[in-house]
Design a binder for this molecule. Structure first.
Ligand code: OGA
Ligand code: MN
Length: 215
C-alpha cells in the first residue's frame, strides 16, 4: 500500500467541490478568492462597462432583440482566458488549478473554457433555462463567480437552481450572488434562473468545456 499524502488546504477545497458536483450536480465554494482580489475584478468590470465595452447578451443567434429582452436583461463582455486582464489573473489561475484537479482525480476531460463578465442593472433577470444549446454538448460545467459585496435577500437577484425529484416533483435551491462565491453546476442537467435584481449584479460567468473551441 502506498501512503497517501494529506491533501493541501486548496486540494481539500477542490475535493469538496468535485464530490458535491458528482453527488448533487452542483457546488458552492465561498471565499474562492481573497476579498481584495474580488473587488479589484469588480472595479475592472465596472470600468469596462463605463467605457461601453459590454454587449447585449444573446440567446442563440436567430432571436429577435425584443424576444431576447423578455428572457434575459444582462450585458456581457467576453474575456480572453489566455490573456486575461490583470485583475482577473488570480481568478483564472485558481480556476485552472481547480480544473486540473478535477481532470486528474475524476477524468472530467475539461479542455476548454469560455468566460465573460456579466452585469445585470437594477430590474435585470434571466428566466429559467438550461445552459446547453442542441448545437453543442460541449459545456460540461457552468461556473459563476460573484462580485457583489453585502448582498441581502431583499436585493433579489438570486440564482435559483431546480432539481427534479424521483417522485416527479421538484426541489429548488436559492443562492445569493455574494462576493467571493463560486457556484459550479452541471450544464447539461440543471435548469436555473436569475430572479429580478433590485441592484447592480456583477459576476464572471462561463463554462468549462470538453472540447477545444473551433476558433
Ligand atoms: C447564465 C446564468 C446565472 C447567474 O449566464 O447563463 O444563468 O447567477 N447566470 O448569474
Ligand atoms: Mn445559465
Amino acid at each position: 500500500m502506498t501512503t497517501q499524502q494529506p491533501l493541501s488546504q486548496e486540494e481539500q477545497l477542490f475535493e469538496t467541490a468535485i464530490s458535491s458536483i458528482l453527488t448533487q450536480g452542483y457546488a458552492i465554494v465561498d471565499g474562492f478568492l481573497p476579498s481584495e482580489a474580488t473587488s479589484a475584478i469588480l472595479q475592472d468590470l465596472q470600468q469596462a462597462f463605463a467605457e461601453g465595452r459590454f454587449d447585449q447578451a444573446g440567446i442563440g443567434n436567430q432571436q429577435s432583440y425584443q424576444m431576447n429582452q423578455e428572457i434575459r436583461r444582462d450585458r456581457i463582455h467576453w474575456l480572453d482566458h489566455k490573456q486575461p486582464p490583470a485583475p482577473c489573473q488570480l481568478f483564472f489561475s485558481r480556476l485552472q488549478e481547480m480544473i486540473a484537479y478535477f481532470n486528474r482525480t475524476c477524468y472530467l476531460g475539461i479542455r476548454d473554457l469560455e468566460m465573460h463578465y456579466a452585469r445585470y442593472g437594477a430590474g435585470g433577470f434571466y428566466k429559467r433555462h438550461l445552459d446547453v444549446f442542441h448545437r453543442s454538448q460541449a459545456r460540461k460545467l457552468s461556473a459563476i463567480f460573484y462580485l457583489n459585496e453585502n448582498w441581502q435577500e431583499a436585493d433579489g437577484g438570486a440564482l435559483v437552481m431546480y432539481f427534479p425529484q424521483e417522485d416527479g416533483g421538484e426541489h429548488s435551491l436559492k443562492v445569493l450572488p455574494e462576493a467571493g462565491r463560486l457556484v459550479l453546476f452541471n450544464s447539461q442537467l440543471i435548469e436555473h434562473e436569475v430572479q429580478q435584481s433590485a441592484r447592480e449584479r456583477c459576476s464572471i460567468t462561463g463554462w468549462l468545456k470538453d472540447e477545444p473551441a473551433l476558433f
